[in-house]
Design a protein around this ligand. Sequence first.
Ligand SMILES: [Mg+2]
Length: 234
Amino acid sequence: MKTTDANSASGRPLPAVLTDFDDTAAAQNVAEMLLNQFGDPSWKDVRQRFRDGQINLKEYQEITFSNIQADRATMQSYVKEHANLRPYFLELWGFCQSNNIPMAVVSQGLDFYIEALLERSGAGRVPIYAVNTEFSSGKISYQYNHTNPGKEDLGNSKGFVVKSFQERGCHVFFAGDGHSDLEAARVADVTFAHKGLATFCDEENIPYRPFEDFGAMLVAVREYSNNGHKPNAG
Ligand SMILES: [Mg+2]
């Protein structure tokens, strides 16, 4: 269907594409890959405490990564060598770039390993909403800049990031696989889900489309924006 320029200008909201990182943008769980390679063997016990609900995700991650002896550069080169992006991520990023559509990675994971894989894949300019880390004298410090007000102790919130894009007028397409993606799926305009997230969405009757790679998401975003959307307000 053709639309006039006037219709395009007053058309639908601008889409935005947000994706989880571990097991979604990345084909692997990169955090676990690093813990397997460099972590203290007790990291799986800590993961069990997290799965049993004794500690939250933020605590689990901080405890396990604090026990790692490897430095930032060592872990980054390991990621560059062993991890890869899921198919059509780069095509989707290219489409978003040429149409001024915001796209970002939204993760509860740590910035340095996300940056490493994106850079190696030629997507180093994709914005990252994750845990900001600083390495200094053998220690990692963590900064959480995307928390729900009043719930800072839970760490970053993907729902908070989705809503911040919606507050800027965006129609949010979100992809994820895990429990930390559920709060984003609850508020996103279109959710692509796989693994645990698909099950959680079924349980809560949240509509979603199955996720395998970014091919279907690219088709959906392209179709949505074919009918015209408002220009990026900047
Ligand atoms: Mg994930």
